[in-house]
Structure formats: structure tokens, C-alpha cells
Design a protein around this ligand. Structure first.
Ligand code: TNX
Length: 707
């Protein structure tokens, strides 16, 4: 009898254990590194909070706020259970653990960030109503053990407050979204051609003049102007408050003053600091301005030091971002002061870079020295690798991953923010007409999720230079915060797993399931999130587009010219796969050539054909121009080619329209040859009417069509 009882209870135990293991799902994003689920639950009910007496003030108030929240949600104080928050100095600053079981919860961390992340995990384990005023049913979480820490130190999100400015309340909300996802760096792009947004007492005109523009271009039409004055700036006090709000959540604000390019608002305020002396206006169109700060004028450096001194008073961040992107050199080339500086410094053109590129490096390095002397480190966009930027600069890689890889290989730290998957200004659907106006291509949640910051070309030592990952939100086309939420959510969830999870802990299916819990949270918070992944629209986008049938499909091919690194994809096979691209240039279907022709040879066998064409994309605002010529050659040996046909096309003008077009050469009678060679090109550099005039033009081709 006794034996039978034992057996029965053993069986019950086995059944219970397996049930509870299968039923309990941990829907936490980013997924913690180590999770073990136990039997049972921990309930916040008649719970006494016990806070370690060694806890610092910031952690103490953070934990106390959590306790208050639970009280608001109906938790009674008492002794039935305890929640212990323990300072464990063997933990790293961002590491934490949670142990929950019937009647007891134990949280360990060594510093504020660890406690913040533990509490965010607990909040995600609790019912979603914890995020709103609604009543939560039961304040309970599974019994479990979690031990967690981030993969990367720098986990950033950028917001451009220069093109459009957002209220401090909006910025609070942005920070709150970062907090939920365990990010720790808010990069604020505070200055640009279209507006200066930070009060600087020593240079009041920066905000009196530089913060205001007369109007704004409409949509993508560079010749338009809405004529509505626009502007604004943050006072020092407002920014200091923002800094402490973020700091209370373990987030540091990295301010960016974009230099020496993107400075038209500075020279509008202080024209004597531009190479021509002006007059200048705060810019009303997007794009890149030729009017940049004069790098040969000592007064520019003096002003920058004054600005940065005040900036450091506001922002205690270890990093200051000093820009460095998209700085045209046309003014410097003509400027006596810049040329005198080049001479004085002995800078020369060489086979890699121009004397003016080295002048930019000089300026950046000089500012870095100043900031280093004040105990700060610099971050700069990847263009600064063009020249001789210092070894101690941290490089933010935005033009794809190439800059970050190069930085790491040269022993510099890098933050990866490749525009191919980390620009949240890009579209979340291939159906662009149904989406808000966007800069750039197609970046669905899964594209963000799949990003792996360690490139296979990098050694272990080089990987150690990858400080982290960041997503960027440029606001040319964003005027209100609800659109920011739409662009950020739920891509921020995917970003957070790239930043936080060790690669082996990433799992798209698990992530996708957990995202439904985040959706509940966003509903409780009243967020305007994008719904493609929830209503199946994303899956439709992922389905292959029906191929175009033609005679060169899948043929053997060889490219004689190099596509641009960011738009190389699967070239040359992408050109013969029958897959059409859509209007988004970075979808992976378009092969892009920059300042370079398309030149490809492929084997036709002996199939006959009557026409040869290319399908191209024109996207003028993104420097992608229509082809101006096309040539087709034939050969029997693949070496000696004779011209079969050619044509020339009119170059784009200011009135030209964007779009996908086919350019074909047709023959009066069927042709036959073993090899075909197709060459096509566009204008060398962008014309005077284009905002990027002087820059190299792109040619984008998705398919070579032989019929
Ligand atoms: C390039 S990304 C820029 C920004 C624009 C963005 C989108 C970077 C460092 N520079 O100035 O806002 O493209 O148009």
C-alpha cells in the first residue's frame, strides 16, 4: 500500500513538472542570456520590499518607484512574501539576476543599470496592464532563475532633432521606449544645416538666427518651399533636466554637434566663419550643403571650443559626437584661409586623399584633442576615415558596415549603424505608397533582426573593437512624435536583441511570438506602432516577386566593373535572376554602380535573341540617375568583342521623374552569339541643379533582359 502511494505521488510530480515547464513561456525582449523556469509562481501579494542598505541613491529611487507602481496596482504590504533587492559587487555594472519562487523574489545587481534591467524584465513578466492605468488581474510571475548581461556596451538609438524639433515630453517618451528595451545611449543629433537646437550663451546668434528657417521644402521636391517659418531650440536647463531624466534610467545622452559639414546654420548665424563670408541662410531644403565651416580660420576653432565647453556642462557623457559626415570640399578648395592652413600644415594630395580631406582630419583631430583634455572621447561618422583621423576616435559606421569593419581592422573602436538595416527612416513595407514618406529603402523588422555586427572578415581581436550597435532616425519627413513611434516600433525590439543577446540566443520564431506580448504593452501605453508583422503584411512582402522570363535567366556571367560595396549584393547573378526590384533602392534587388559603368559579359550559348535591355531605377534625391548610354557587343570567344548596337539617352533634368524604366536595343533580325557583353553608364557627377552637385552619380540596375 505504501509503495503504491509513493509511486502515485511520484507520477503526479512528474506530470506536474512537465506541464509547468511546457506552459510557461518567458516573453521578454531582449531575451535574457540565461533563463531556467521552475515550478510555481511568485505573487506580489502582501509583499515586503527589502532594499540593501548599500544601494546607491539612484538605484534606490528606481526600485522604490517600482514598489510604488505595484502598490498602485493593488499590491498590499505584508509579510506573506518578500522581494529582496541585493547589491552584489561581483556583478558587472549592467549585469543582474532574478530568482523567484513561492513567497520569495531575489534580485541582484551591482549598480543602477543592473537594477533597471532587472525591473524591466520583471515588468515584462507581469501582465501587460502594469503599463497603464488599467487593473491587472494577478501580479504574479513564474518561478524562475534569470542571469543576464548585455552583449555590447554601447546600445544606442539616435534622434535627429535638427531637421524637426520635438518637445521635451516627446523626448521623455523616446527615452521610456529605450528603457523598456535596455538601451543605454541616446544620441541626439542637435545641429544641422536646417537648424541649431542647443542654447549656447557665449554665441547667442546660434539660436537667435541659426534655430530658425524661413520655410521647408515639401516632400521630395527640392524646388518647393512651404514658406512657413520653422524652428526652435532647447534651453540649457531643459537639456540638463533631460539628461537627468535619462540618467535615472541608466541612459546617457550623447550629444552631436555635426562638424565641419552640415553647418549652414552656424555660418548663417556667424557668416565670417564661412569661407565666402556669406550671406547665408538656414537651409530650407534637405540634402548636403556646400557651405561649411571654414577650417582655415582660427576663429572657427575658438568658437567651437566655446561651444563644446558649454556642451560639456550640459552633457556629462563620456562620448561627444562631432559629426564628420558629408562635408563637401568645394569651398575649402577656393578659400585663401583654408589653402593657407593647408600650406602651413604641409598637407598634400596623395594617391588616397586630397589635401582638403587631410584638412578635415586636422580639424577633427584638433577638436578631439580639446575634448580629450577635458576627459571626453569622440565619436565621428565613417567619412572621417578618409584622411588621417586619430586612432582614439570611435567610428560610427553608417554607409553600410564597411567603415566599421575598416575601423576595427585599423585598431579603432566602432559603433555599427549601417543604413542598410539600422536606418529606421527607411520603409517597413515594399508597398511604399501605403507608407509615410521615407528616406531610403526597405527595412522590415526581420532585416533589423538578422543583422550580425561581427563580420566574417574580422578576427577575434578586431571584433573586440565593435563597441556596439545603433539605429538612427533622421527626421527630414517626420514632424510629429506619433510617426516616430510608428517608425521605431517594433523595429526597436529587433534592434534590442541585436544589441543585447549573444548571437546563439537570437531566434526569430521565439522573438516573433514574444512580440505579441510587446504589442499588448504598446496597446497599454497607447503607442502608434507599425502592424505589418502582426497582420501578415510583412509575410506578403517577403514572398518572392514573380520572375520576368527571358533568355539570359541564370546564365554564367562575369562583371568587369565593381559595384559600390553597399549595393553589390549577389552581383552579377542578381542581374540574371528574373527578379524585379521595386522603388526601394536598398532592397537587395538593385545593383548600384557609383562613378562607375556597368560592364558585364555573359554566356548565351547559342540561343537566338532579338533584343537586349537593362532595367534601371531613377531616384534623383538619392543620387541615382537614369542611364545616358547603352552598348551591346557580341563575341565567339569571350575575349574579342564587336559592337552590335548602341544608343544614347538624354540625361535627367530638374523636371525628370523618379521611376523604374527599361532601355532596350532591338535588332531587325534574330541574332546568335556565344557571348554577349552589356555596358551602360550615366553622367559622371551630379549636375549644378542637383543638391548633391559635384558628387558622383549612381547607376542602379536590377536585371539584364534578353528576349
Ligand atoms: C545621410 S547618415 C545623413 C543625414 C541624412 C540621412 C538621411 C549621415 C551621417 N548623414 O544627414 O539625414 O542621410 O537623409
Amino acid at each position: 500500500m505504501k509503495h503504491i502511494q509513493c509511486l502515485a505521488s511520484l507520477l503526479t510530480l512528474l506530470i506536474m513538472t512537465s506541464c509547468s515547464d511546457n506552459e510557461t513561456v518567458v516573453n521578454v525582449i531582449p531575451m535574457p542570456q540565461e533563463v531556467q523556469i521552475h515550478k510555481g509562481r511568485f505573487c506580489f501579494e502582501q509583499t515586503s520590499f527589502i532594499l540593501d542598505e548599500h544601494m546607491d541613491q539612484a538605484s534606490l529611487s528606481y526600485v522604490q518607484k517600482f514598489e510604488e507602481l505595484l502598490h498602485l496596482k493593488g499590491m498590499q504590504g505584508g509579510t506573506a512574501s518578500s522581494a529582496n533587492f541585493i547589491v552584489d559587487n561581483s556583478f558587472g555594472p549592467e549585469e543582474y539576476s532574478i530568482d523567484s519562487r513561492e513567497g520569495s523574489l531575489e534580485v541582484k545587481a551591482s549598480a543602477l543599470n543592473g537594477f533597471v534591467y532587472a525591473i524591466q524584465t520583471l515588468k515584462q513578466l507581469l501582465p501587460a496592464e502594469i503599463w497603464s492605468d488599467s487593473k491587472a488581474e494577478k501580479l504574479e510571475i513564474p518561478a524562475l532563475h534569470i542571469h543576464d548581461w548585455p552583449r555590447f556596451d554601447y546600445r544606442g538609438l539616435m534622434l535627429d532633432v535638427a531637421r524637426h524639433i520635438f518637445s521635451i515630453q516627446d523626448l521623455h517618451r523616446y527615452i521610456d521606449l529605450m528603457e523598456i528595451h535596455k538601451l543605454n545611449r541616446l544620441h541626439l543629433h542637435l545641429t544641422d544645416d536646417q537648424g541649431w537646437r542647443v542654447e549656447i550663451k557665449s554665441h547667442p546668434k546660434l539660436t537667435e538666427i541659426g534655430a530658425w528657417r524661413k520655410g521647408t521644402m515639401i516632400g521630395n521636391d527640392f524646388s518647393s518651399d512651404d514658406g512657413i517659418p520653422y524652428g526652435g531650440y532647447y534651453t540649457k536647463e531643459e537639456l540638463k533636466e533631460l539628461v537627468s531624466y535619462a540618467a535615472s534610467k541608466g541612459i546617457s545622452i550623447v550629444p552631436e554637434i555635426d562638424l565641419p559639414g552640415h553647418t549652414q546654420a552656424i555660418v548663417a548665424a556667424y557668416p565670417h566663419l564661412g569661407c565666402t563670408g556669406g550671406p547665408y541662410e538656414v537651409r530650407t531644403t534637405w540634402g548636403v550643403s556646400d557651405d561649411v565651416l571654414c577650417a582655415g580660420n582660427e576663429k572657427s576653432y575658438k568658437m567651437l571650443e566655446d561651444i563644446l565647453t558649454e556642451l560639456m556642462e550640459i552633457f556629462p557623457s563620456e562620448y561627444i559626437h562631432i559629426g564628420g559626415d558629408e562635408c563637401p570640399k568645394v569651398r575649402w578648395e577656393q578659400c585663401p584661409k583654408c589653402q593657407a592652413k593647408i600650406k602651413e600644415l604641409g598637407l598634400r594630395d596623395d594617391e588616397h586623399f586630397s589635401a582638403e580631406d587631410y584638412l578635415q582630419s586636422y580639424a577633427m583631430n584638433r577638436i578631439e584633442t580639446f575634448l580629450n583634455a577635458h576627459g571626453r572621447k569622440i565619436i565621428a561618422w565613417d567619412e572621417v576615415l578618409e584622411g588621417n583621423i586619430s586612432q582614439s576616435a570611435t567610428i560610427m559606421s553608417w554607409r553600410g558596415a564597411a567603415g566599421g569593419i575598416k575601423a576595427a581592422q585599423s585598431g579603432r573602436d566602432a559603433i555599427m549603424a549601417p543604413n542598410s538595416c539600422m536606418y529606421f527612416t527607411h520603409c517597413q513595407s515594399k508597398n511604399r505608397d501605403a507608407e509615410p514618406l521615407a528616406v531610403g529603402g526597405y527595412v522590415p523588422v526581420n532585416k533589423v533582426y538578422d543583422y550580425e555586427p561581427y563580420d566574417s572578415k574580422m578576427s577575434e581581436a578586431e571584433c573586440a573593437h565593435i563597441a556596439g550597435v545603433q539605429a538612427c532616425l533622421w527626421t527630414e519627413h517626420i514632424q510629429d512624435f506619433s510617426l516616430i513611434e510608428y517608425l521605431v516600433l517594433p523595429r526597436l525590439d529587433a534592434l534590442s536583441e541585436v544589441q543585447w543577446c549573444e548571437a546563439q540566443n537570437k531566434d526569430w520564431n521565439r522573438f516573433r511570438t514574444s512580440l505579441w506580448h510587446m504589442k499588448d504593452i504598446y496597446d497599454q501605453l497607447g503607442c502608434n506602432y507599425a502592424t505589418h508583422i502582426f497582420d501578415g503584411r510583412m509575410d506578403e512582402d517577403q514572398k518572392p516577386i514573380p520572375p520576368i522570363k527571358h533568355k539570359a535567366l541564370g546564365c554564367q556571367a562575369r562583371l568587369l566593373t565593381e559595384p559600390h560595396l553597399n549595393y553589390h549584393y549577389n552581383a552579377p547573378y542578381e542581374l540574371f535572376d528574373g527578379q524585379k526590384g521595386d522603388s526601394s533602392f536598398s532592397s537587395g534587388k538593385w545593383i548600384g554602380f557609383e562613378g562607375n559603368d556597368l560592364d558585364v559579359v555573359f554566356k548565351m550559348g547559342n540561343k537566338s535573341f532579338e533584343s537586349v535591355g537593362i532595367e534601371t531605377l531613377t531616384d534623383i534625391g538619392n543620387y541615382i540617375m537614369s542611364p545616358t548610354w547603352l552598348k551591346v557587343y557580341v563575341s565567339e570567344d569571350g575575349e574579342n568583342f564587336s559592337l552590335l548596337a548602341s544608343d544614347e539617352y538624354e540625361a535627367d533634368g530638374p523636371e525628370s521623374k523618379n521611376g523604374i524604366r527599361r532601355h532596350s536595343l532591338s535588332f531587325s533580325k534574330p541574332q546568335r552569339s556565344k557571348y554577349l557583353r552589356v555596358q551602360a553608364g550615366t553622367i559622371d557627377s551630379l549636375p549644378a541643379w542637383h543638391t548633391g552637385h559635384g558628387a558622383k552619380a549612381f547607376l542602379f540596375v536590377d536585371e539584364i533582359i534578353v528576349l
